[in-house]
Write a protein that binds this ligand. Structure first.
Ligand SMILES: [Zn+2]
Length: 163
């Protein structure tokens, strides 16, 4: 099993030799947090002109504001210097191209196991207003009003140009 990761471990060893953020305190230096999709085309820091250490990044399928995303944003705002939150969906996202039932069927077929237990908060229209598309934007619990007003959604990403 370890050999399956040999290439990654070797790359990490080389990376560690030049890693220069060891003393970093974890605060978002640019006061930014990003919620976006796990899509490998998206490079959140690069697409916003940011550097490592500048922003908190939370990723999941579709860039949904799930309870876990909310937990991360609350920590970011109250403990890690986040002042602005950008929610970034993208074009050709599987979470916007399939229904929940279709995704379950695809996963069931690929895995050979019943995927009825899965849930991905599929949204088929990514251009819907943020509060409708990502209900979490409107239900941030026990947060200051400043936090609520700091939430911003965009439907424009560099990935838009690819489709
Ligand atoms: Zn996606």
């Amino acid at each position: 099993m370890a050999s399956d990761f040999a290439d990654l471990l070797a790359a990490n060893a080389a990376f560690a030799e030049t890693f220069d953020l060891a003393g970093f305190d974890g605060v978002a230096l640019s006061g930014v947090a990003v919620v976006t999709c796990m899509d490998s085309r998206i490079n959140p820091l690069r697409m916003l002109g940011l550097q490592p250490g500048d922003a908190k990044i939370f990723r999941n399928p579709g860039g949904r504001v799930t309870n876990a995303a909310l937990d991360a944003m609350v920590l970011g705002v109250h403990l890690l210097g986040v002042e602005r939150i950008l929610i970034v969906p993208h074009t050709r996202c599987a979470m916007a191209m399939h229904s929940e039932a279709e995704l379950r069927a695809l996963v069931t077929a690929a895995s050979g196991q019943d995927a009825a237990w899965t849930s991905w908060s599929v949204v088929t229209d990514r251009r819907q207003p943020c509060a409708k598309t990502w209900p979490g934007c409107a239900r941030i619990p026990s947060s200051p009003n400043e936090y609520r007003s700091a939430v911003s959604c965009t439907t424009s990403t560099p990935a838009d140009s690819s489709s």
